[in-house]
Write a protein that binds this ligand. Structure first.
Ligand SMILES: [Zn+2]
Length: 255
């Protein structure tokens, strides 16, 4: 009986380990992403302004997420240091490592300094003007002809991935809502379809999370803390585990 338990354990562990996750910290290098200015005090008590970039915050969260997922799956980062990586390069990496899912990590910015909350996106068509504004910011890397070619690709990828991606988004977001929403009093901006090119180009079931608004001073204090980022990574991990537990490898779309 003991042997049987051991064999079942090994088989289950192997099955889990065979899932590959590619985590994508948004921006990097000269692409700063959103910028927040926070007030700091030096050793003499004098106030000074310090700039924090989305590229660094997204990398911090991505590293924490990888650490949480490492015991269960094979996990890669599209960048582990501060360097520029094009959207196409990020997507190519999904192919190279044969990723089963793609997780892109971002933080938000808005002209309205009161905008606040966290949201989870999956690749899908929509007519939401606010989401279109967001896409313009995050898709900035692609221009003109690239965008036209990609519209055909996007429709094809949506067709194949939308069911899995939506499930993944819902699992992750429901844990975020429970843990982040309540504990940190963060506004829940829900799960939404979007046309972020990095999700389309990766050709995988995937999500893009926006972990809070860097342009909101009060929210920035919360999201810039290790306590918040640790909790965010933990919730995402629970959601990803739940997704794979209910989603055998054979059910994942192949390209
Ligand atoms: Zn971003």
């Amino acid at each position: 009986m003991k042997w049987l338990t051991l064999i079942v354990f090994i088989v289950v562990s192997f099955e889990a380990y065979s899932f590959v996750i590619l985590i994508d910290p948004g921006h990097g290098g000269e692409e700063l992403g959103a910028v927040a200015t926070v007030k700091m005090k030096n050793s003499k008590g004098k106030t000074y302004h310090h700039k924090i970039f989305e590229k660094n915050l997204s990398l911090r969260l991505a590293r924490k997420l990888k650490k949480n997922l490492d015991p269960y799956y094979t996990v890669y980062l599209t960048r582990s240091i501060d360097r520029k990586v094009s959207l196409q390069e990020r997507a190519d990496m999904a192919e190279t490592v044969k990723a089963d899912i793609f997780i892109s990590i971002h933080f938000n910015a808005a002209h309205d300094k009161k905008s606040r909350g966290f949201e989870t996106y999956f690749l899908g068509n929509h007519n939401d003007k606010a989401v279109k504004k967001m896409e313009d910011i995050e898709n900035k890397d692609l221009k003109g002809e690239d965008k036209i070619i990609n519209q055909i690709l996007i429709d094809l990828v949506i067709d194949k991935t939308v069911v899995s991606s939506k499930k993944l988004a819902n699992h992750v977001h429901s844990y975020l809502e429970k843990d982040i929403g309540k504990k940190f009093k963060m506004r829940n901006r829900e799960v939404k379809p979007s046309l972020f090119y990095v999700l389309a180009l990766s050709k995988r079931p995937g999500i893009l999370i926006e972990g809070g608004f860097m342009t909101n001073d009060d929210e920035m204090k919360v999201i810039n803390s290790d306590r918040y980022l640790d909790a965010y990574a933990k919730s995402m991990t629970k959601g990803i585990i739940k997704f794979f537990d209910s989603h055998p490898k054979k059910d994942l779309p192949l390209f």
